[in-house]
Design a protein around this ligand. Structure first.
Ligand SMILES: Nc1nc2c(c(=O)[nH]1)N=C([C@H](O)[C@@H](O)CO)CN2
Length: 119
C-alpha cells in the first residue's frame, strides 16, 4: 500500500469545551496518512493522476479555520470525512494534536483510522 502524507499541518481555530475557549483561536496540528496507489502518477509524472497533498491541505485549512467545534473528536471526524468524500481516499489515518491544552503535556488529541485499508 502506498501512502501520501501530510505532517504537522498547523491551523488556528476555535476549539474547546470551556467558555474561554470559545473566545480565542488555538492552534491544532494535523497529521494524515492517506492510502493512494502511486503507480499511475509515478508512470505519467502528471499531477492530475496524483493525490495532490497541496489541494488536500488547502481544503483542510479552509475548513478548520472556519469551524468552531467543542471536541477534537468531532473536528477529526469531519476532516476525515472531507478527505474521503472529496478526494476519493479509501483509507486514512488522521492524528489531531492540540498543543498546550494540558499543562505538562506537549500535546493532547486523537488519532482515528477510517475506511478499508488496502493490501
Ligand atoms: N477526549 C477529549 N477530552 C477533552 C477535550 C476533547 O476535545 N476531547 N477537550 C477538552 C478541553 O477543551 C481542553 O482541550 C482544554 O484544556 C478537555 N478534554
Amino acid at each position: 500500500m502506498d501512502i501520501v502524507f501530510i505532517e504537522r499541518l498547523k491551523i488556528d481555530t476555535i476549539i474547546g469545551i470551556y467558555e474561554w475557549e470559545r473566545m480565542v483561536r488555538q492552534t491544532v496540528t494535523l497529521d494524515l496518512d492517506m492510502a493512494f496507489d502511486n503507480t499511475a502518477p509515478a508512470a505519467t509524472d502528471n499531477i492530475d493522476d496524483a493525490l495532490n497533498y497541496k489541494a488536500v491541505s488547502k481544503r483542510l485549512i479552509e475548513f478548520v479555520e472556519g469551524s468552531d467545534f467543542g471536541l477534537v473528536e468531532t473536528l477529526a471526524e469531519r476532516c476525515a470525512q472531507i478527505v474521503r468524500e472529496e478526494f476519493g481516499v479509501t483509507w486514512l489515518k488522521l492524528r489531531l494534536r492540540k498543543p498546550g491544552a494540558v499543562r505538562g503535556a506537549k500535546a493532547v488529541g486523537v488519532q482515528i483510522e477510517r475506511g478499508t485499508r488496502p493490501e
